[in-house]
Design a protein around this ligand. Structure first.
Ligand SMILES: Nc1ncnc2c1ncn2[C@@H]1O[C@H](COP(=O)(O)OP(=O)(O)OP(=O)(O)O)[C@@H](O)[C@H]1O
Ligand SMILES: [Mg+2]
Length: 227
């Protein structure tokens, strides 16, 4: 099972957009991902509810809800069939104070808008994730994604410099596109859009999805060596 957490304490950076589109990607690959929503705005949970039943399925888990009738670990129980878990997180999340979200993570994806304010506001979170990684407090890979990039935006270079200084990869750059907005309204991601309309966006995602192919669920040993 691969756990991918999308986070950035800065509001509106594109966490839900990335999380739902990741779910749409893994669903299109036949993985039946689980989309966990830690944000009490419930945007990802709502997206799962809206998802048309004739599309590849995505399971939803509203982790922001506390169900007092059952234990927390039972509430957050991940079905064995879920090869990939994508986690959407709220604005303001502090990685140092969120052990439940951080536990067992394989990848952190941090979307950053290419603006001075957003780059500045995202730097502290990236520094924290990097320090925690160096201190052995998590073993996840950290990936930065530039989101809503407009043609000729001069902040692309600034974002790259910030990533270089923290030795973090700027893995992909996603354009500002109405395809994301229109897909989200219908419980879809760009990977559910047929034809050529979203082909440019899908190409931009390749750099990210190529790094996220799920590891084999388990090693299958020959019967003789299991004794
Ligand atoms: N690449 C994109 N192109 C066009 N619109 C986008 C793109 N990414 C995000 N948006 C839009 O920007 C707004 C904020 O995005 P989103 O809700 O994903 O951010 P968020 O980080 O989850 O916000 P919050 O911190 O409130 O949870 C939404 O209206 C979304 O549709
Ligand atoms: Mg959100």
């Amino acid at each position: 099972m691969q756990k991918i957490v999308v986070l950035n304490p800065k509001g509106g950076a594109g966490k839900t957009t990335l999380a739902t589109n990741l779910a749409s990607y893994f669903a299109s690959q036949g993985s039946e991902p689980l989309l966990m929503d830690y944000d009490n705005q419930g945007s990802s949970a709502r997206w799962v509810e809206k998802r048309p039943t004739d599309l590849p399925p995505v399971r939803g888990l509203a982790a922001f809800k506390k169900d007092l009738r059952i234990t927390r670990s039972w509430q957050l129980h991940i079905p064995v069939s879920s090869e990939v878990v994508v986690v959407d997180t709220p604005a303001g999340l502090d990685p140092r104070r969120s052990p439940e979200v951080m536990r067992g993570s394989d990848v952190f994806i941090v979307p950053v808008l290419p603006s001075d304010i957003d780059i500045h506001a995202s730097t502290a979170c990236l520094e924290t994730l990097r320090k925690m990684q160096k201190a052995g407090l998590h073993r996840a890979r950290i990936m930065v994604v530039a989101n809503r990039v407009r043609p000729r935006s001069r902040f692309g270079d600034e974002l790259r410099r910030m990533c270089d200084s923290l030795e973090l990869p700027l893995i992909a750059s996603l354009r500002d596109s109405q395809n994301y907005v229109m897909a989200a309204e219908q419980g879809m991601g760009i990977f559910d859009i047929p034809g050529r309309r979203a082909s440019y966006d899908k190409r931009q995602w390749r750099l990210l999805t190529d790094c996220l192919d799920p590891a084999p669920a388990m090693e299958i040993l020959p019967i003789a060596s299991q004794a």
